[in-house]
Write a protein that binds this ligand. Sequence first.
Ligand code: SF4
Length: 467
Amino acid sequence: MEIVGSRRKNSSFSSADDAAVVSTIPLYRSAPELEVRLDDFELYAIHRLRVLKGISDGLSRGKKPNEMENLTKELWKVNMRNSEASEVANKDIISHYVLRLVYCREEELRKWFLSMETTLFRYRFQLETTDAQRALLKEFDLPYKAVSNAEYESVKEKLNQVVRSIGQPLSSADTIYYKVPFEQVPDLVATRRVFIFKGYAYVAMNQVVSLLMTQYRSHLSKALVLTNRKWTSMILEQEKDRLTPIVEALSTSYLGPDYSQPREYGEISLKDIDQVAKSSFPLCMRHLFEKLREDHHLKHGGRMQLGLFLKGVGLKLDDALAFWKAEFSRKVGAERFDKEYAYGIRHNYGKEGKRTDYTPYSCQKIISSTPGVGDHHGCPYRHFSEENLRAALDKMGVGNRAVQDVMDKVRNRHYQLACTLTFEAIHGASCDAGINHPNQYYNDSKNILESRVRATRMVDTLMYAEV
Ligand code: SF4
């Protein structure tokens, strides 16, 4: 693998004085020859994933372009920094290639990665200095020429009309235009931000990023398909003991806090559990909880999803055994429960088998599960029919208008955002970080509800003191 630096070919986009300027954005055209420690292999990928996930959340929350630019800058600064400058560049390249492996394996993963990496490229490009932007333009080596003075004068009025209609201030660089086939700049055409004449779009210097995004996306899209072929034909088997488990875990990895131990709210008692389920469980857990109460049984996937969640919210092992036994006994009898099901519960608490203290499932893991017939686990925003989801939201007390917003997010496959909107509608409070984990939903909900109880108590005390 080889790191691609800035090449200085004579290009239509070059200028005489940019010879010494190098862009900090690599084009990832060929993989670098670098040695990477296994720890860094995973860690760098997780850091880049945080950037891409942050961008994805920003986009789905409808952030404006200038807000996205600031968000990208911040995400990059927080996650991709390194004390040594040369390591920053290596980390950038290594993390990109590791995530290519992770996200090349399925159509849906490829689409997401392609879209987030292209958006990341866009904002990184916009944050570069003009000279660095020109240097990068040169690297693309595009076959388009700047419009000549004579041609510019002949279409100047039309070009200015477009500039005025999009309310963009003119700078000296805006008088440099490139003439490109209009299909090369689909986003400019779709938003009517470009003058088109005889099949050519006149792209201003400050819009050139759209052209580069098309090129970048097309190159990355092809590269992902090739990587997938290599992955399935060679790497998967060759690396089955070393890289394959890391790569497979990364696509569903949860990047937030560890909820394996209840920290914030200590224990949850059996006598409160029904009331707490109603007020503070996310829909996925509420649904499992209600099904368990109704059917006195849950299949393996449901037992794992709900059981680990309950452990994370503070249900002690003895209470967990009593809770599951009370339900299952009504269906299969106490003896069979002790023989067949109690082991699994103790196992989740690290008291059997490998004695691992298992972690509650994250949203990503739940969303990517595939419940079969008779299963009740999974994420309702992803796995329920529209009709069932509407009914469940209605039962939770989500108003009509909020239900519409939730359904919009579901249609666009933003399941965690749909859950965030539900949380906000029910609690009447915003959840800026978004929902990433059912146990985070629970903690945030308890935070809000308990602070309200404290505030009410304080008001009562003050009133009592005045009387
Ligand atoms: S988004 Fe997460 S917390 Fe919400 S219902 Fe789905 S899996 Fe549960």
